[in-house]
Ligand binder design. Sequence first.
Ligand code: SAH
Ligand code: SF4
Length: 381
Amino acid sequence: MSAVNLLDFDPEGLAAYCEAIGEKRFRATQLFQWIHQRGIADFARMSNLARSLRAKLADAAQVVAPPVTSEQVSADGTIKWLFDVGGGDAVESVFIPEHERATLCISSQAGCAVGCRFCSTGHQGFSRNLTTAEIVGQLWHAEHLLRARSGRDERVITNVVMMGMGEPLQNYAALLPALRAMLSDHGLGLSRRRLTVSTSGVVPMIERLRDDCPVALAVSLHAPDDALRDELVPINRKYPVVELIAACRRYLERAPRDFITFEYCMLDGVNDSLAQAQALVELLCRAPATRIACKINLIPFNPFPESGLRCSPRERVQAFAEVLRGAGLVTTVRKTRGDDIAAACGQLAGEVQDRTRVRERFAGRVLPIRVMGAPLQGAGR
Ligand code: SAH
Ligand code: SF4
């Protein structure tokens, strides 16, 4: 039997595991602290655990993150790691140091089945869901490596965003324990607002997350109406924009002082007109409901060769932002980080064994984007 990986457990799961091996549940607290707060994987070093328990764990369990196969450091301090998750699949994490915070962007799947037109991961297709240990292992590895490098025993990573490869809400069973492990006071103790799940809009799972673990929510909107969003973010055909916004409003009922972050990737000539900005204002501020508590994050499109798309010119991004701000919507333009190591949003590619034939669909151009009946500029090269 292969050893149980303790990174697969949230605190409750670890307590149940302790019980199952004939130990008291509270041992899980000590174990969790050794693993997550101290970064210790060697049971022999867990000095406040009985020798017999240490021996039992050494026999049956392990603490392992997926192996790192490469590390790239950007001129701006951003670091990208490639984790080998076996079977020819590899996923990426990105560490982004800023003035007062340090964010780790982690992956939830090897590839992604949503297939967004402007996303490098989406173009790669989908291989499989990551396990909880593979999700948490990215943070565990990064935090304890960076802490050791800093030479100080202080926490390095202050924020985690699930904005790497994959659609986290299509891997809910592994995501939920991973979130709970990251939030636990016996682990890194991230606060609910410093842990962000980003989704393309899996409406029923937004509802589940609200009930189970309402962390900060980012929603990748990218278009103000169904016609365009259907093309850019294909899951919109299943969960249209109005339903998505309604789910966001319900999400906030559980966290009334929070806000939703709407991400909007700026694509030249596709979704960046002033009329589209106005339509976005209508969508988010529409009567009879009041304006939804939100921030809008405009992301300059990060190009990759197969996309056939271009980023909106800087002035257009600013003009678009001004329309939103004029309507009272808090709007920021994301600074691109780590672009010299292809670590910016949507550039994470890792290595994915495409088991869904998404690549073929893109190659066969079954998903050409059309705006008002005309093929897009730059599309379908
Ligand atoms: N699947 C989730 C989380 C991963 S993508 C989601 O879609 O939200 C993280 C963010 O990067 C999303 O907002 C996504 O739309 C954006 N993104 C994807 N490709 C991009 C690109 N090429 N340039 C800029 N942003 C991109
Ligand atoms: Fe998947 Fe998100 Fe990329 Fe869309 S943007 S393909 S949902 S990872």
